[in-house]
Design a protein around this ligand. Structure first.
Ligand code: ADP
Ligand code: MG
Length: 320
């Protein structure tokens, strides 16, 4: 049985590149970059809550880091460092080897360095903190949306929730659609390049993790504005378009969650620049609604006739 220190040495220790001092001491040491502030965010994944026992360890390593990088993306921050606090029921080396393979593949792809963490025995739980850098005046915050702005969405929502609906037996997806949706659920790609490109262009941004309506609602609350989304204009994947259960499709699109796309607001006169950015980055960027004066945080969704739709479920909340 490897000791805690064997595990740290074998699986989590790599030579520090950017950090002055990485894994191995009481603290890591990182230099501050002139003109920037640190963007810091933590996300926890709990077995039985965020992922099922038996989930592929490499995918878990990817996703645990991806959901954190998504928060840096939403802030317009450049990823730099991560720490990893890990509880494991046992010192399962094949699991650790796979987990770190998934984790470091994504970390390398985004230039993120693992600089520390904690390793303990307990119910499986992964808690990652990421640290990014952003010039303070360019950080994409949730509180900058203005009445009159447009609301934009990268990619499309609903696919991860559709995969879950399949796994729960609520629908049966065809093979190609299932493969697409499972990849969206298990190996989301954080929109880091988009977040960086939106600096100075978006007035606010959020990553869609708990459902589109709930998450744009957070922009509304923080900015003191209401938002209106146009249901017919929401982008839909081929898998979602093929979903015959219209109620489920609506729920997935508006409240599914686990999407890790960016929703953001931008001034109307920036419309052309945002559209051009989509082409430049090879990303679908869709204008899905508008910001208005109104009850802060209120999100209304209109159908093709402009009539407000009644929504049953807005998003995911761990306590409701
Ligand atoms: P301490 O006793 O100071 O808390 P630990 O013995 O827990 O330190 O950890 C030793 C070193 O290994 C520290 O630098 C810590 O940041 C690092 N570390 C522990 N677990 C992990 C992990 N899962 N991933 C990355 N670094 C880790
Ligand atoms: Mg420790």
């Amino acid at each position: 049985m490897p000791s805690e220190f064997d595990i740290i040495r074998r699986y989590f220790t790599r030579a520090a590149k950017r950090a002055l001092l990485g894994v191995g001491d009481a603290c890591a040491l990182i230099a501050l970059e002139p003109g920037t502030v640190l963007a810091v965010s933590t996300d926890m994944l709990v077995e039985g809550r965020h992922f099922l026992a038996g989930t592929d360890a490499a995918k878990l390593g990817h996703k645990a880091l991806a959901v954190n990088l998504s928060d840096l993306a939403a802030m317009g921050a450049a990823p730099r460092y991560a720490t990893l606090a890990l509880a494991l029921p046992e010192a399962d080396e094949p699991w650790l080897a796979q987990f770190t393979q998934g984790f470091f593949a994504l970390a390398d792809a985004f230039g993120v360095e693992l600089i520390g963490g904690d390793t303990t025995r307990g119910p499986r739980n992964l808690c990652i903190t990421v640290i990014g850098a952003v010039p303070p005046e360019l950080a994409l915050r949730r509180d900058g949306a203005k009445a009159g702005d447009e609301v934009w969405l990268s990619g499309c929502t609903g696919d991860a929730a559709l995969a879950l609906a399949h796994l729960n037996g609520r629908i049966r997806l065809a093979d190609a659609a299932l493969a697409h949706c499972l990849a969206r659920l298990h190996t989301p790609v954080p929109c880091v390049a988009l977040g960086l490109a939106l600096r100075g262009l978006a007035t606010s941004a959020i990553d869609v993790s708990d459902g589109l309506v709930a998450d744009v609602g957070h922009i509304g609350e923080r900015s003191g504005v209401a938002l209106e989304l146009r249901y017919a204009e929401l982008p839909r994947s081929r898998a979602l378009k093929a979903c015959a259960d219209e109620r489920l499709a609506q729920e997935c699109l508006l409240a599914g969650g686990d999407d890790y796309e960016l929703a953001f607001t931008a001034a109307v006169d920036a419309h052309g620049r945002v559209a051009a950015l989509g082409a430049e980055l090879g990303l679908a960027l869709t204008c899905i609604g508008s910001v208005s004066v109104g009850e802060p945080g209120l999100v209304s969704v209109c159908d093709a006739d402009g009539e407000p739709m009644q929504l049953e479920r807005k998003g995911f909340d761990h306590f409701n």
